[in-house]
Design a protein around this ligand. Structure first.
Ligand code: GEK
Length: 243
């Protein structure tokens, strides 16, 4: 499968529709996420490191909102014995189809099962590591708590949730500084002003960022005993929550 350049918002659109993870997005997804999320590659590397530390044999690992399986593979390659099972969950059919083709080419003894379904419908099995790499932000805020509580309930003691999210900030100056730097990052990766503006309009009301404080409080209320910000680059972060 060749890697296609993201040009989805490169021409002026009459009307910008709400963002969807459709075939067009699935086709360009690796380019899109690499040019949009500062630190994405480093986060994937560290998902491997964290998985190696927290995975327990004979438990399940989840990649929730797996897209094309980048985090699934980061987790899989961290495991040195086959006594684990990874489930990749995504409700976008084009993503799951392409993800399956990518996994079929990856030779590794740890089994991976992909399911095309809503994360909120998953009956979680005993879990040692769950990754939500930029997925919770697409779930309506009032449903985030029950989902995190279901994940926490399924976790073995000491299990880890890796939660990566776009952040917003209460302090207007901090919000402005970090979102401007993010826009400069996108410009540096070749996105035009029009692409940036149209993508932003498309994600409005689809991707709803929250503050780190809001995430930490909700994770604690959901049953995680320790919540640590282990990575932040501009307005993107990753949190390690331990049961
Ligand atoms: C990566 N984790 O490369 N149920 C299932 N899937 C969902 C739901 C839902 N309710 N809502 C959104 N998704 C990946 C990147 S992308 C992040 C994750 C981004 C899926 C959606 O279809 C998409 O594939 C993914 O979550 C979010 O490490 O594009 O910013």
């Amino acid at each position: 499968m060749s890697e296609k350049k993201d040009q989805i918002f490169a021409r002026a659109l009459d009307a910008v529709s709400p963002f969807r993870f459709d075939e067009q997005v699935a086709q360009v997804f690796p380019d899109m996420i690499n040019r949009s999320v500062p630190g994405y590659g480093l986060m994937l590397e560290m998902i491997s490191v964290i998985t190696r530390t927290y995975a327990r044999p004979n438990t399940v690992l989840y990649d929730l909102g797996c897209s094309l399986g980048a985090s699934t593979l980061a987790m899989r390659h961290a495991l040195t014995s086959p006594n684990y099972h990874i489930f990749g969950i995504d409700n976008s059919e084009p993503m799951i189809e392409r993800c399956q083709a990518i996994l079929n080419r990856d030779r590794h003894p740890v089994p991976v099962t992909l399911e095309c379904c809503d994360i909120e419908s998953v009956q979680f099995k005993p879990t040692s590591v769950a990754t939500m790499n930029f997925t919770l932000q697409f779930i309506p805020p009032d449903r985030r708590g029950p989902l995190l509580a279901a994940i926490a309930r399924s976790m073995v003691p000491g299990g880890a949730l890796i939660l990566s999210e776009k952040l917003r900030f209460d302090q207007p100056a901090e919000e402005t500084t970090l979102s401007e730097l993010h826009l400069d990052f996108k410009r540096s990766r070749g996105y035009s002003e029009m692409e940036i503006a149209q993508k932003r309009a498309s994600l409005e009301r689809v991707l709803i960022p929250e503050t780190f404080h809001a995430h930490r409080e909700r994770l604690r209320e959901s049953g995680f005993s320790s919540v640590t910000l282990w990575f932040q680059c501009f307005n993107f972060c990753s949190i390690l929550a331990i049961k």
